[in-house]
Design a protein around this ligand. Structure first.
Ligand code: FE
Length: 335
């Protein structure tokens, strides 16, 4: 029968398509807590170079991790991309990622910026440093994060709320270095020096400094870059603390391969590409961050802020000590 024959043809061509399609249209699916405007240009470049399609959704890290967990082995996600080692550490701990054995990733990313268990890898570095008002702060007054707890800074300090993971990670790294007792003393000193209640975000903290409400604060440098771009005349300058000691607190944005990745090979290839010198500027520069790969030149805006020594304690400590850090800040009255 004519109808039967064409149905058979249709069926067999559909089957053929189903068999052939995966090989033709390789793809990788990314759940990203990094904004679309930061990742889209990167993924477009990857597709152009490799022909591999990158599908992605963006959301905050909390909902993305909850979704991964709920989807379990049915998840379409191959890669989780997020900010802060604390979040990546949490994802690994919740068994959402799988270890990746990649020579390229090990070669491209310094050991302190990736998980010792190889479940996640830093792709850009974010420095959390001191910002001050050059009209109010004398040369030589600034030294370390720890010193901001001292008498020089009484009534002169502004801080962002302790509820944000950035400050939780900063304090966690201080616990790793100094232990809990000493860190608590430092945090109590910060609280005693506050000029005003903790501010909701890094930009508000810098605006308070510029407005003369306080003289110093601690923020991620890309917020400084964004604010200076919009309002270049604000009296704000960068200081790199702890240069004679442990170095500036750094964190990462990074990624890992999901435990139930269907396109595991493609996922690893994407991470390797993201860590390579051709992609690192595209990844870091759009957000005024630092490349994680040491062989890559810094963007000119970022380079103009000066060179600095980074704290090289493994960033996974930020995750391991996060609970302790939150409890410590609570005890110390840091809201
Ligand atoms: Fe941020």
């Amino acid at each position: 029968m004519k109808f039967g024959h064409s149905l058979k043809l249709l069926l067999s061509s559909t089957l053929l398509a189903a068999v052939v399609t995966p090989a033709l249209a390789a793809e990788v699916v990314v759940y990203s807590a990094r904004n679309e405007q930061l990742i889209k240009p990167l993924f477009d470049a990857y597709t152009k170079e490799t022909g591999v399609e990158v599908k992605f959704i963006t959301d905050k890290e909390g909902p993305l991790m909850a979704r991964l967990k709920a989807e379990g082995r049915n998840t379409p996600a191959d890669v989780l991309l997020t900010v802060d080692a604390g979040n990546l550490w949490q994802a690994a701990r919740e068994d959402l990622l799988k270890p990746v054995d990649s020579q390229a990733l090990k070669a491209n990313i310094p050991a302190y910026l990736r998980d010792p268990g190889n479940q996640w890898f830093g792709l850009s570095v974010r420095a959390r440093t001191v910002i001050y008002n050059p009209n109010k702060v004398k040369a030589g007054e600034l030294t370390t994060y720890e010193d901001l707890a001292g008498p020089t800074w009484k009534g002169r300090l502004c801080l962002r709320t302790s509820k944000k993971v950035y400050n939780q990670s900063l304090v966690a790294m201080m616990i790793a270095e100094h232990g809990e007792e000493k860190t608590e003393q430092i945090v109590r000193g910060w609280v005693a020096n506050l000029a005003t209640d903790p501010l909701p975000d890094d930009t508000k903290a810098m605006e308070a400094v510029a407005a003369g409400l306080c003289d110093v604060t601690v923020v991620n440098t890309y917020y400084f870059g964004r604010l200076k771009e919009k309002k270049p005349n604000l009296p704000l300058a960068i200081f790199w603390p702890n240069q004679k000691g442990s170095g500036v607190h750094v964190n990462i944005s990074g990624a890992g391969v999901t435990k139930y990745a269907k396109n595991e090979r493609e996922a690893i290839k994407l991470l390797e590409w993201l860590s390579s010198s051709k992609a690192q500027n595209l990844f870091a520069d759009v957000n005024m961050e630092y490349p994680a790969n040491r062989s890559v030149m810094w963007d000119t805006t970022v380079a103009a802020w000066g060179n600095f020594r980074q704290n090289q304690i493994n960033v996974s400590e930020a995750g391991k000590l996060q609970v302790k850090s939150v409890m410590l800040m609570d005890r110390a009255g840091y809201k």
